[in-house]
Write a protein that binds this ligand. Structure first.
Ligand code: PEP
Ligand code: MN
Length: 337
């Protein structure tokens, strides 16, 4: 921790801060500059609340040096985490495409979607059976029936399954039908759910919260990792900003930032990231160019009739064209797809 004292801080004020830091187990190194005195605190508790010092008299600013997460940090596994599920590896260099409709709607819809996804070369089929909808009156998903339809459609075509778990009571069902458990943006800080997922030995995809910082996302991943479940995939899905042209603001820079801070694979979801299908393909291209380990994309056989997220779901031919373009981009950045 670094504490910068205000200009003109008195000796007594500086001493009070030093005493407070020592009390919390820090070794204090003082540097008295012409204008500011800087106190460097080494050691101490990693969960020390820097705001406690930040609001004390004569303190100008406080910087945390040690990240509040350990197991999610790149230092913990410098070579990076590779997750292997059946014959699919995530984080090993190849871009993994997870695609499918927002929700499972019917037998016919999911079968047609599975054909589109498999024929264009994705390896994981996505679709929600439990849907976190902003309005309680919107379609909430087909539940277990949806999971059964999804699993069968994926199995017939040799695809893996990813589907969302909304609360801990749904974990057994999701473990039965899905290869990867998706934790939605609204649940990124549902710490009880994260701890329960941490007890599993099952891959989880953790979406960035609607207004979460990258550090908060990594702290949430830490909850899962600290339970012993190391198979965590992060997902950038856009964040809420003041911009209204897109549903969310797709933070492409989060990809290289996470790559540097963490060993965990990161995939990009340009569908929720933009909310409009004409913006999805450009953002998918950008994400692959930026180093994403995979993509999570919504595609629907008839998006105009979709029960959820139709506006951001690609039409089959757009999806095929996206896959064609991504192969070229992946090759340009020395990755496969
Ligand atoms: C989804 O993937 O359909 C979904 C609900 O995503 P998010 O949690 O990112 O909003
Ligand atoms: Mn959706």
């Amino acid at each position: 921790m670094l504490v910068v004292m205000q200009e003109g801080a008195t000796e007594a004020q500086i001493q009070t801060i030093m005493d407070r830091m020592i009390e919390d187990g820090f070794d204090v190194h003082r540097s008295t500059g012409v204008v500011h005195t800087v106190l460097g605190g080494v050691g101490g508790k990693t969960d020390f609340d820097t705001e406690v010092v930040a609001v004390m008299p004569a303190v100008k600013e406080v910087h945390r040096i040690v990240a509040p997460y350990k197991l999610a940090s790149r230092r913990f596994r410098p070579e990076g985490t590779v997750i292997k599920i059946k014959d699919v590896t995530i984080g090993a260099g190849k871009v993994v495409v997870m695609a499918g409709p927002c929700s499972v709607e019917s037998y016919d819809q999911i079968e047609r979607a599975a054909d589109i996804v498999a024929n264009a070369g994705a390896s994981v089929m996505r679709a929600g059976a439990f849907k976190p909808r902003s309005s309680p009156y919107s379609f909430q998903g087909l539940g277990e029936e949806g999971l059964k339809l999804l699993r069968k459609a994926a199995d017939r075509r040799g695809l893996l399954v990813i589907s969302e778990v909304m609360d801990s009571t749904q974990i057994p069902l999701l473990c039965e039908y899905s290869d990867i458990l998706q934790i939605g943006a609204r649940n990124m800080q549902n710490f009880n759910l994260l701890r329960e997922i941490g007890k599993l030995r099952k891959p989880a995809l953790l979406k960035r919260g609607i207004a979460a910082t990258i550090e908060e996302m990594l702290c949430s991943a830490e909850y899962i990792l600290s339970g012993g479940n190391y198979e965590v995939i992060l997902c950038e899905r856009g964040i809420r900003t003041f911009e209204t042209q897109t549903r969310n603001t797709m933070d492409i820079s989060a990809i290289p930032v996470v790559k540097k801070l963490s060993h965990l694979p990161i995939v990009a979801d340009p569908s929720h990231g933009t909310g409009r299908r004409d913006k999805v393909v450009p953002m998918a291209r950008a994400a692959v160019a930026a180093g994403a380990d995979g993509l999570l994309v919504e595609v629907h056989p008839e998006p105009d009739r979709a029960l959820s997220d139709g506006a951001q779901s690609l039409r089959p031919e757009q999806y095929q064209e996206m896959m064609r373009q991504l192969r070229i981009i992946a090759a340009a950045v020395e990755r496969g797809i």
